[in-house]
Design a protein around this ligand. Sequence first.
Ligand SMILES: Cc1ncc(C[n+]2csc(CCOP(=O)(O)OP(=O)(O)O)c2C)c(N)n1
Ligand SMILES: CC(=O)[C@@H](O)[C@H](O)COP(=O)(O)O
Ligand SMILES: [Mg+2]
Length: 636
Amino acid sequence: MSQTPPTPILDRVRLPSDLKALTDRELHRLSDELRAETISAVSVTGGHLGAGLGVIELTVALHAVFDAPRDKIIWDVGHQCYPHKILTGRRDRIRTLRTKDGLSGFTKRSESPYDPFGAGHSSTSISAAVGFAMARELGAETGDAIAVIGDGAMSGGMAFEAMNHAGHLGKRVFVVLNDNEMSIAPPVGALSSYLTRLYSEGPMQDLKSVAKGAVSLLPEPFQEGARRAKEMLKGMAVGGTLFEELGFTYVGPVDGHDLDALLPLLRTLKARATGPVLIHALTKKGKGYAPAESRADRGHATAKFDVITGAQVKAPSNAPSYTKVFAESLVREAESDEKIVAITAAMPDGTGLNLFADRFPRRTFDVGIAEQHAVTFSAGLAAAGMRPFCAIYSTFLQRGYDQIVHDVAIQRLPVRFAIDRAGLVGADGATHAGSYDIGFMANLPGMVVMAAADEAELVHMVATAAAHDEGPIAFRYPRGEGMGVEMPERGQPLEIGKGRIVAEGARVAILSFGTRLAEVLKAREALAARGLAPTVADARFAKPLDTDLILRLVAEHEALICIEEGAVGGFGSHVAQFLSDQGVFDRGYKFRSMVLPDTFIDHASPEDMYASARMNASDIEAKVLELLGVAVAKRA
Ligand SMILES: Cc1ncc(C[n+]2csc(CCOP(=O)(O)OP(=O)(O)O)c2C)c(N)n1
Ligand SMILES: CC(=O)[C@@H](O)[C@H](O)COP(=O)(O)O
Ligand SMILES: [Mg+2]
């Protein structure tokens, strides 16, 4: 008679406290079930698969040994948090990951008490953990702080700022270095080679007994796993590591998929540690799912997929991505200009510089997750006469802002900033929105700031940037595909500070900066049906402004609307400043600036996010009618 399958252990786990009742053997089974559930969930939603599969056992072990939410488990970047979310009361919603009104794809304080610190940008976890640890030292009602940081995130400067401080403070804090020898791409940097040496060269023999001794401290019930742990400790490097020089007890490397090693080790450290401890765990990104393990990016980011085959379900593309257009345009420019070099901060594929590297490997630099260094490294290249294109997503460029001001703008160095993922990006949500670069770039003296209205414009802006040696220049473009417009053979440099009329109309002029132009033209069509077609212009430049064009639009129309995919303080604010200085408002001139609302917009599709920002065609149409005093039925 066939046996009824045992009830899945995962069905008995709603919160981490439920793990305390499980035996180590059951924790093994739970890990297998958690891995399967993670694969199943991401097959439905798409998202960051590889990183989560790499920390299944670490997630189980940390929640089995520590006591969240009193103990704070802080995930770095946070893209690997799906297993953590399944074990912390969100399994029922895990298939809403990264969808409108669904779970965030990163940890998020407002989502759960088990998410003590939000993430999305790399290398923040140790700083946050030290903050929690010192709050405890000062009497706050909080337990242990455990930062789980990857080898990629460890290349971010602030991780070392935090370790430097933690080592100085000497207080108990745990750092789990999740070393899977991967960033999004293979990791770069001397640190990565050092971590590899830590487990490939013979560790210092005389200190291994210290490590073995740590296990013998285990309370009797856990001795069962200790024998395995002792075997594993044989390979441990103890003493003399970089981390110990920074004041940490270094423990590792440990097999991050071996619960028989992880559980006794974490139990011992929880029972005995008195100061900062770094546990070096070796893991595999995409572990346990062959289609992820076999991919070059180990399944870092995936669309929805068939679990059996691993085949991803991708929407057909109608036009090249902006990223691809940028990269191919830059290759064309670099073919005739050997001074052009390209810099990425650990995002070669995301920025398209992998294409540039294929063609010009010696002129492409991946500096790791180190945007501050990327900017000033580019400044150094420019100071030496090169033409550096520093390609960093808008949101991540925020990391290098002081370097843009201090090392690039003040010295008026001709660094070219290729700002991808400008505007709202969709499933990655508020932490990845490219909302602020217009503001923080256009307020810098000498900075030229452009936004491509479509992929053809982007080709010309790459050429414009390549030709601009007078100072720094930036051009922004959104995530995703272009509009499907006709593409130029070759980019033609634009006249700096000059916009263009796109469609003539009357009464109202709309001056668009960037790709909202497509929505503006849709709105114009609807308005034309009412006999109210506005004039539409593409500003192309937020700095320097095309003041002749602006004054002409004001002179020829009773109202002017500006629109941009950015927060207040950007293009529209600069136009308002100019018109104010010209006294245009003294005459009661009607002006509106359509910008992102003063709030962080949660993840959804970009279309839905712009709808919530009231910046789609229907909103533009309504704005024109409002200015013309035409009554419209209010949208729900
Ligand atoms: C400041 C910043 N720059 C770039 C990124 C993009 N990014 C997301 S995950 C990742 C790689 C992280 O590697 P690692 O920490 O080793 O985690 P793994 O994916 O290997 O688990 C990068 C570069 C980011 N999130 N934050
Ligand atoms: C987790 C992270 O920060 C990156 O993987 C980011 O999600 C990449 O964004 P794109 O998908 O727009 O390249
Ligand atoms: Mg990694």
